[in-house]
Write a new protein. Structure first.
Length: 252
């Protein structure tokens, strides 16, 4: 079996469309029209077109396309703000809110047509956001799954807590974890396909595959096809093998 996966999009709608185009070309070559596409979360924030990304994926799923969208920490912060603008994500550093420029919340709200979302009273911005974000998109984003398992791969946004059975993993870890997961070299019982930790390029570490190639910081958006525990990066020229390496990731 093969599964396609797309790394952290972060509002880069045009890059996402090109990723789906490469998937369709690969499907046409290999005849795998029924293979699912897993989007690894962080649909929104930092990039200019988060609203378009969310609408596209919502509508594609509504049409019955075989797309699985995983919840990322930025997607959770977006949903949390819409539900309660004063509620803080428990894993967010205390000096930040979702509306801090470093996190990219203002860019997401601006993509919905909200004027100067980072420079006006929070109550006003929240009221306008509830009018601007379609209710069905709001519900959809809130209810996104945090993991997806297929064949020898488990797809999550950030990673897993090592040593804990996959069925006992907690959402906070699945959408936020870094250090304990990134430095663990043991076999997790499956290839963990994830994003969240931005690298210069997608990297296969043997026990995990990181597909966050920094689209949220102006880098490319990575798209891969996974068969068992092997993976290939999709490029305009075709597949490029992602061979396991033993290097430590460069964490942004």
């Amino acid at each position: 079996m093969q599964t396609y996966a797309i790394g952290d999009i972060h509002g880069q709608y045009d890059l996402m469309l090109r990723a789906f185009e490469m998937i369709e070309k690969d499907r046409a070559r290999d005849g795998a029209a029924d293979s699912p596409v897993v989007v690894l979360g962080d649909l929104c924030d930092r990039g200019p077109k988060s609203a378009q990304v969310i609408a596209h994926l919502y509508e594609a799923q509504s049409r019955g396309e075989n797309i699985v969208v995983i919840k990322g920490n930025h997607d959770r912060m977006f949903s949390t703000f819409l539900d309660d603008p004063w509620k803080r994500d428990p894993r967010l550093r205390p000096e930040y809110t979702w509306l801090h420029p470093r996190l990219g919340g203002p860019q997401t709200l601006a993509s919905y047509g909200i004027r100067e979302p980072g420079n006006r009273p929070v109550e006003q911005v929240h009221t306008e956001a509830l009018c601007a974000v379609p209710p069905e998109h709001r519900i959809w984003a809130r209810e996104l799954p945090t993991s997806y398992t297929r064949d020898d791969a488990v797809f999550v946004h950030a990673g897993i807590r090592p040593g804990i059975p996959l069925e006992a993993q907690q959402e906070d870890d699945l959408v936020w974890i870094r250090g304990e997961f990134l430095t663990d070299t043991r076999d997790h019982g499956a290839l963990i396909v994830h994003g969240h930790t931005a690298l210069d390029e997608s990297t296969h570490y043997g026990n995990r595959l990181n597909l966050d190639s920094s689209a949220g910081y102006g880098g490319p958006l990575s798209t891969a096809v996974i068969e068992g525990r092997k993976a290939w990066l999709l490029t305009p020229e075709g597949r490029q093998p992602l061979e396991p390496v033993l290097l430590e990731p460069m964490v942004r």
